[in-house]
Design a protein around this ligand. Structure first.
Ligand SMILES: [Zn+2]
Length: 323
């Protein structure tokens, strides 16, 4: 049988989290996760009585979601009978260190390591976890498998996951983390209990970026005034482009939350005019623009121009000029 890299098996250094249980000298120390909001902790505690096989956590920031997922793993595996998720017992501490044998973290690093070290494709890296999920957990709690930023899973991998979730997996629970449930396969969401974390506060974008975001929103309203801006030489650099994307992402999260409590940021209010399809498109476009900017050589102005036009819906083929 191939190495399944099951946590707690003979090779603890190769947990599927790729975080290398106790041994990972080459990894930078993890930044501490933020505290889990009290109301989220209470919801998780209530869910403990009958843990859903799949929990989808949306909202919050990426570290908020990861912290909530870790809190969930601790609640389900803590050995302190008095205070579940105590944070002090051996199980809780091992979970904090990602060295717990019934914890699997599937993130980008997991797939990258499987590729680099064992030349495994994404689907093969996923397949080697199947026998692990077919087994009950090692300890008395639940095996918790966390998919970080599950919206980034390759479609073939997401489909394998869906097949996995369609079967009962005694003793195993799954957690899908994503900014918004709309970004996951609908079939995955429908199999999940969805928990929405408090949305990030709609901070006003930084002054420099705010002006550009304003111009972009105006361009989407009127089709004017954008290219003059990006066209002037050296106007937009990568740092500014990233701040613009971040401001738009915050506005988008807020617009999608549709709070209607009058607390939305002005950006969110204007973005809401794009309508559900427009917001969905913006979500995808932002992700692609972010990806493009990870290349240090990407011309920021071009990425921004692409962003500006890609959000505008293309006319349907039927509306094209007849020949
Ligand atoms: Zn504990």
């Amino acid at each position: 049988m191939q190495k399944t890299a099951a946590p707690g098996t003979a090779s603890p250094a190769k947990t599927p989290s790729g975080k290398g249980a106790q041994t990972a000298p080459d990894r930078p120390p993890r930044t501490p996760l933020p505290a889990v909001a009290g109301q989220v902790r209470e919801r998780l505690r209530a869910l403990c009585a009958r843990p859903p096989q799949t929990l989808c956590m949306e909202g919050g920031t990426a570290p908020d979601r990861e912290a909530a997922a870790m809190a969930w793993a601790k609640l389900l595996n803590c050995v302190d009978p008095a205070e579940k998720g105590c944070g002090q017992c051996s199980a809780c501490r091992q979970i904090d260190e990602r060295a717990f044998r019934d914890l699997i973290v599937v993130d980008k690093a997991y797939f990258e390591e499987a590729k680099q070290q064992e030349s495994l494709s994404g689907t093969d890296a996923m397949r080697r976890l199947l026998p692990v999920w077919g087994q009950p957990p090692h300890g008395a709690g639940s095996r918790v498998t966390i998919f970080i930023e599950a919206q980034d899973l390759h479609p073939a991998v997401a489909n394998l996951l869906l097949k996995t979730l369609e079967e009962p997996r005694p003793g195993n629970v799954f957690v899908l983390l994503t900014p918004q449930r709309e970004r996951l396969l609908q079939t995955l969401v429908s199999r999940s209990f969805v928990l929405t974390l408090p949305w990030p506060r709609p901070d006003a974008p930084e002054p420099g970026a705010a002006e550009w975001i304003d111009a972009l929103l105006t361009f989407w309203d009127t089709g004017q005034g954008w290219f003059e801006r990006t066209g002037s030489k050296g106007a937009a650099d990568r740092g500014l482009a990233l701040r613009i994307l971040s401001g738009l992402s915050q506005g988008l999260a807020c617009a999608l939350a549709q709070r209607g409590d009058g607390q939305e940021s002005p950006v969110a209010r204007r973005l809401a005019r794009l309508g559900p399809a427009g917001l969905r498109r913006l979500d995808l476009v932002l992700a692609q623009a972010q990806e493009a900017l990870t290349m240090p050589t990407a011309p920021a102005a071009l990425v921004l121009d692409w962003l500006a036009t890609a959000v505008i819906p293309k006319p349907a083929p039927a509306q094209k000029r007849p020949r």
